[in-house]
Design a protein around this ligand. Structure first.
Ligand code: SF4
Length: 67
């Protein structure tokens, strides 16, 4: 396994989230909705296609990787 393979990313949802739940539908392993109906990420992740799909699907561009 290379260093790159094992790198974990933190992904976060900012305050622009409108709670459409698209990211949860696409990538439920990582995203969930809180009590106010806003999305949050549950864990550190390996960068993956489904997370990238959720980022692409977000209508308000609220999901980002932390540097
Ligand atoms: S797709 Fe975007 S707007 Fe919809 S719940 Fe997820 S973060 Fe919020």
């Amino acid at each position: 396994m290379t260093h790159e393979d094992s790198q974990l990313w933190d992904v976060y949802v900012n305050e622009d989230c409108i709670g459409c739940s698209a990211c949860v539908a696409i990538c439920w392993e990582v995203f969930d909705l809180d009590d106010e109906g806003k999305a949050f990420s549950k864990k550190w992740i390996k960068q993956s296609e489904s997370v990238d799909d959720a980022i692409s699907a977000c209508p308000v561009n609220a999901i980002h990787y932390k540097d």
